[in-house]
Design a binder for this molecule. Structure first.
Ligand code: NAP
Length: 340
């Protein structure tokens, strides 16, 4: 039985990937911060089917001992401070976890299980302010926030370790991928939540935004620049690409995305349409929520992944938004039931 170690098991991707690997007959080990594992999290339903090791990616010793204990065949390094917007306020921590954390993992692999195959989570945010569209594996990086800069550092180090030590390390340049498991502070989930509030006629939401105010206040959902556009795919599809990357004869990096662009405006339109509402009555653009330096209009060219991995997204943008809105409606109904 193959053994896989996933860092960031409590996250969106960690939980989808664990399900996928269990389905493939893997023995799955997940690394999590102790306090996160004991809270309800995305992988809570997998308790008993996976083995959990406690550790923090900002502590080099934790990942080294996990690798020594598990001796995995495959490692998926998904743990990160994953919010580009928040990386401004937490720049040193972002570099420590997303940058140095990855390098410590590569070092531990080099010393303890050099035959192990490693997937490292790079990001389309690394393309930043783009001058070439769409972006593929050759497109230069131009990061515009601390999150993306730390990811570029780890990405380059993955390549250096692969080429210098002959390790099997691949980086996935994944474009935005969302799901009903996305934390509420992410943009797509906020929109799904706003639509759910509209459907349930909740004018002041129980959940708060980063400024400590209800996400929906007086019936309005405040967002930043509505004209930003992203290549949004479904997380359940994207974790399959991670696994496929580790099944190739030679290690290589891949861009993963849908190749389709949608604006935030279109996302709002789709989400509110799911509940038969007009988004223009509920969504406002608030300049205070615009990022100091916005990433450019990134769009994936996933043709290499399509050709070499045979990977294709299966869940459409509309289907994904529908799943997210339905899940938020269910969640809000439970919150309301429990508070009565
Ligand atoms: P996520 O849901 O935010 O999950 C991040 C995971 O990292 C969580 O399990 C979190 O644990 C863990 N983590 C954070 N800081 C840690 C630390 N100091 N030590 C140990 N674990 C820590 O993110 P995701 O969407 O699954 O993304 C997975 C990976 O793909 C990340 O590296 C992300 O940057 C990258 N990525 C994501 C996207 C996307 O659109 N989703 C796109 C490109 C790249 P806690 O529960 O303890 O916080």
């Amino acid at each position: 039985m193959k053994r896989a170690l996933i860092t960031g098991i409590t996250g969106q991707d960690g939980s989808f990937l664990a399900e996928w690997l269990l389905g493939k007959g893997y023995q799955v080990f997940g690394q999590a911060r102790r306090e996160s594992w004991y809270r309800p999290n995305n992988a809570s339903h997998l308790a008993g089917r996976i083995e959990v090791l406690f550790g923090d990616m900002s502590e080099g010793v934790d990942i080294a001992s996990a690798i020594q204990d598990v001796k995995p065949d495959e490692i998926y390094n998904l743990a990160s401070q994953s919010r580009p917007g928040e990386s401004w306020a937490r720049a040193p921590e972002t570099l420590l976890v997303n940058g140095l954390g990855a390098i410590r993992l590569f070092e531990a692999v080099r010393h303890n299980c050099p035959a192990c195959r490693v997937y490292h989570a790079s990001s389309s945010e690394m393309f930043g302010q783009v001058s070439i569209t769409p972006q593929n594996e050759q497109t230069p990086f131009n990061p515009v926030n601390p999150y993306a800069a730390a990811k570029v550092y780890a990405h380059q180090m993955a390549k250096i370790y692969r080429e210098s030590y002959g390790l099997y390390i691949v980086s996935g340049l994944l474009f935005n991928h969302e799901s009903e498991r996305r934390p509420l502070h992410f943009l797509t989930q906020k929109v799904a939540y706003g639509a759910a509030c509209a459907a349930l006629e909740i004018s002041d939401s129980p959940d708060l935004n980063e400024m400590g105010r209800p996400i929906v206040q007086l019936g309005k959902l405040a967002l930043g620049n509505l004209e930003i556009a992203r290549d949004w795919g479904y997380a359940g599809d994207f974790v399959q690409a991670m696994w496929l990357m580790l099944q190739q004869e030679r290690p290589d990096d891949f861009v993963i995305g849908t190749g389709k662009l949608h604006t935030l405006r279109a996302l709002c339109e789709t989400a509110y349409r799911c509940v038969n509402k007009d988004w223009r009555e509920s969504v406002v653009s608030d300049p205070a929520l615009v990022r100091p330096l916005e990433s450019g209009q990134t769009l994936a060219d996933p043709s290499k992944a399509r050709k070499q991995l045979g990977w294709e997204p299966t869940v459409s943008f509309d289907e994904m938004v529908k799943k997210m809105v339905a899940s938020q409606i269910l969640r809000l109904k439970n919150v309301t039931l429990n508070s009565n």
